[in-house]
Unconditional design. Structure first.
Length: 113
């Protein structure tokens, strides 16, 4: 398997097509500040260590706010590091939420149980 590195996590812009230029600038600042890289690694390791949790449940166990956790998961999915599972009642927020599971590539983060 390939090693996970910054180019694996950040091979595309963090803003979406149609977003204002300020969103792209903010994304660039977040990447350069290392904050975003740290959050991406933390969430990927969390999914590896606690598979089958919702984003809100993951946020509790990894110590990141639920909004940043929820924002990082689709990016990690796009990179092939996590995948969506079945939805179920979230123990944290009480709503029906999707679960998140590691892919084989996510194991490179060494989350382990």
């Amino acid at each position: 398997m390939a090693q996970i590195n910054d180019s694996t996590l950040f091979d595309a812009p963090v803003a979406h097509r149609g977003d204002p230029v300020t969103s792209y600038k903010a994304g660039d600042r977040a990447i350069k500040s290392e904050r975003l890289k740290g959050q991406m690694r933390l969430v990927a390791m969390g999914v590896t260590r606690w598979p089958g949790r919702t984003s809100a449940e993951l946020a509790v166990v990894i110590g990141l706010n639920r909004y940043d956790t929820a924002r990082r998961l689709p990016t990690l999915q796009h990179r092939g590091l996590v995948k969506k599972g079945a939805s179920r009642l979230c123990k944290t927020c009480g709503s029906e939420c999707v679960t998140w599971w590691p892919t084989a590539e996510a194991g490179l983060f060494g989350g382990g149980r």
